[in-house]
Structures are given as C-alpha cells and as structure tokens.
Unconditional design. Structure first.
Length: 332
C-alpha cells in the first residue's frame, strides 16, 4: 500500500490522554496535514483540493479557492481525512469522499451539503462522468462502484477488482473508458458501456497516476519504479516509457486541454512537464520544484494557462505555464 510505504516520512501514532476515573479516554485529534488531487471547476474559476490522512484520529476537509488569486471561498469539514474530490459536469456541485467511506455532495455556490452516501470502504478516488449522470468511486478495498446521479442507484460494482487498494482512477474525455491503478501493480481498462474489462496491464510495482490522451487512444500510467508508461488502448501494448523522476512512484498525471503537455507529480517532491507535441518522441520540458515533501496531485486549468499542484507539505501551488513560476501558493 502506497500510503503505508510512506509512514516513515512523517506519520506518527497519535498520543492518547490518560483516562480519568469514570470517564472514557480522551482522543487527541491530529491536525489536517496531507493535500491530495487539486481539481479545477469546469469553468476554471475555482480550485478544490482534498485534505487529510487515513489515520482515524485525523479529521479532513475540502478547500475551495479562487483559481486566479488563491483566495479562500470556503472550507468543507469532514470527520475523517479526505483523499478525493470531484466537480459535477456543470460545476454546480462538487463531491467529497473520505477515509470513513462517506461521500457528500455540496452546492458549489453555498458550500452546503445536498446529499450523502455511506459506503463500506474508504473513498480513494472520485470522478463524475462527463455528462454528469454518474459518479465513479474507487475504494481502498479494491472495489469500484458506478453510482447514478441523483438517484444514488448502483449501476455497476466491480468487487475486489484489485488485490488491495485502488490508488488511481481516470475516465476518458468522452466517458467511454475507465482506467484504475493500485497496490497490486496492475492497471485495468474498462468499457463503460458494457462494463467489461478490456485489458489488464502488468507493472513492476504499485501504480498510481493515470490519464488518457484527449482522443482516448492512449493511456499513460505512473508506477513505483519512477517510470511513466504509454499504452495503446486498442491493443493494450506498451509503446514507450518516459523517465525523468528521480525515484519512487508517479502519484498523479494530467494532460493539457490542447493535448500537447503532460504533467506528472512524484514522491521525489517534483512536478514535471513533458512535451507531447511529437507524441512518438515525448521529452521532458521542465521541472517544477516548489514542494518540500511528496507531490501528490496535478491539474491543468481548462484554459491551459495554469497548472495546480499539491503535496504532503500541506501546500497548494498554482503555476503560470507561460513563465514556469508560481502565481500563488497556499499553506496552513
């Protein structure tokens, strides 16, 4: 499990207060610290991020910021750490999933909850389908669920499709394909119309970041061996590898709106930009070094001008892609 592998990097058991006679022990709640997976609203005006760890003594939150300035719009608290957030197709709502298996829907104008799901395993990754009619959920027990919006009816459940937790998941731009990655080192590609598994792609280590090219013809994957692999979706064959991260897992991937840039986040504390203009010969374009701990999320803005990143240093950064400089950053 990726998060278990990083315990030595900062996770410490929460202290317990001495019990008082005739009263239960007092639980010390740890502060929110880790930041995961920033995501832009469909109109690019807002940026949402997931905050919190898997420890039961740690609360979480989802934070919505003005994408251009970094000013806070509101913070949504959670009784458990939050690992994943997602916007509705039209940006009128957002979804927050936590380690307790609770998924909440919120009005994006008011920040008030509108609906809730309670599921039997942690919500590791969320994504709303492009047309906004379904929510796809990847769980820590290796299960994937497809839930109809707003009825909350289960359309499909792949129980234990991964042996262990699912750390990455991504729909194609048209919503017809789904890819998942996890602890078992296998990336799976699914047909969302028939709910059949099309390919099982073996990797030499745990897998995390995933993204389809804009045309859906290729899938890029991030692995624990620090390599990004390019697979042809039709055949399931590996085409090439991109190497540049120093060590360890590639935690998140995103492709720019014009399809010419790839962004990758890694546990080597860097965010890297790759030139995909010549897709047969991709090259490392630049390295962004604004994080002091694991980088654990990247996202391009819809207008292609900005890149958001976040990490385990409790930091969110917005990068100006024209200059390669930070436009703003947030930290607690």
């Amino acid at each position: 499990m990726l998060r278990r592998s990083f315990l030595i990097l900062g996770a410490v058991l929460a202290p317990m207060a001495s019990p008082v006679r005739s009263q239960p022990p007092v639980r010390t709640v740890r502060p929110v610290r880790l930041v995961w997976f920033p995501r832009f609203s469909p109109d690019g005006k807002w940026l949402i991020s997931a905050h919190g760890g898997w420890d039961a003594n740690e609360r979480g939150e989802a934070r919505v910021l003005d994408a251009e300035t970094g000013d806070e719009k509101f913070v949504v608290p959670s009784e458990r750490g939050v690992r994943s957030v997602a916007w509705g197709a039209k940006g009128k709502q957002f979804v927050v999933g936590n380690y307790g298996g609770t998924i909440r829907f919120y009005n994006s104008e008011t920040g008030r909850p509108t609906d809730e799901l309670r599921l039997p395993a942690s919500a590791e990754v969320l994504q709303v389908s492009p047309e906004g009619k379904s929510l796809v959920i990847a769980h820590g027990d290796g299960t994937i669920r497809v839930i109809e919006i707003p009825s909350k009816k289960e359309l499909q459940v792949w129980k234990g499709v991964h042996r262990g937790g699912i750390w990455g998941m991504r729909l194609s731009a048209d919503g017809k394909l789904l890819a998942s990655a996890g602890k078992d080192g296998v990336v799976r590609i699914y047909d969302m119309l028939t709910f059949k598994i099309l390919h099982e792609l073996a990797h030499p280590g745990e897998t995390n970041g995933l993204v389809f090219t804009k045309d859906g013809k290729f899938l890029l994957t991030g692995c624990g061996d620090a390599a990004i692999r390019v697979f042809e979706v039709a055949s399931g064959q590996e085409q090439r590898q991109l190497k540049g991260h120093a060590v360890g897992s590639i935690t998140d991937l995103d492709v720019s709106p014009d399809g010419k840039l790839l962004a990758s986040a890694g546990i080597d504390r860097t965010v890297r930009l790759w030139d995909l203009a010549d897709f047969e010969n991709p090259r490392l374009k630049s390295t962004l070094e604004g994080h002091s701990s694991l980088a654990f999320g990247v996202a391009f803005s819809p207008n292609g001008k900005w890149l958001a990143s976040c990490g385990w240093d409790d930091k969110i950064a917005l990068w100006n892609l024209a200059t390669g400089k930070e436009q703003w950053s947030w930290s607690r």
